[in-house]
Design a protein around this ligand. Structure first.
Ligand SMILES: [Zn+2]
Length: 145
């Protein structure tokens, strides 16, 4: 029989991830963590599973810490993390389907930690574009240019 202890080790790791990003649905969390392992997910051994969960947690730690700084001022650039990693200025939900928007870098994973753009959000369901988290005045200024 497989080691029973692995169950709580894995679920604890998952719990830690999920509580870091409580606005994700369970399915969204699982997809984000395991998207690169989908092809062999069924056969994925539990130690590899745990490693994948921990890797995800480690890669997203900076964002998590930043998101928990409740004393932060309104964000004023792409480098400023948004509270709880949610849009500060725009509707936090997708205008098309209502799903909570997430950081684009969170979904694309195309940048390194130093290059996270905290003003780019995307719908994890529609995956059809980027919503810029800018104040209304900033957006008007851009449109007038
Ligand atoms: Zn959507």
């Amino acid at each position: 029989m497989r080691d029973l202890n692995r169950i709580s080790i894995i679920t604890d790791a998952l719990n830690e991830c999920w509580t870091s990003f409580p606005d994700l649905r369970f399915g969204q969390l699982i997809e984000l963590i395991f998207r690169e392992r989908w092809s062999d997910f069924w056969l994925l051994e539990d130690d590899a599973c745990l490693e994948t969960i921990r890797k995800f947690r480690e890669e997203n730690k900076v964002r998590y810490i930043a998101s928990n700084d409740s004393h932060s001022n309104p964000p004023n650039s792409a480098a400023d993390p948004r509270p709880n990693n949610k849009p500060f200025y725009i509707d936090p939900n997708c205008p098309k389907c209502g799903t909570a928007l997430v950081l684009n870098d969170f979904v694309e994973k195309s940048r390194t930690e130093e290059e996270i753009w905290h003003d780019e959000f995307t719908c994890p369901k529609c995956r059809d574009g980027i919503y810029m988290d800018w104040p209304e005045s900033h957006r008007q200024a851009i449109e007038e240019d």
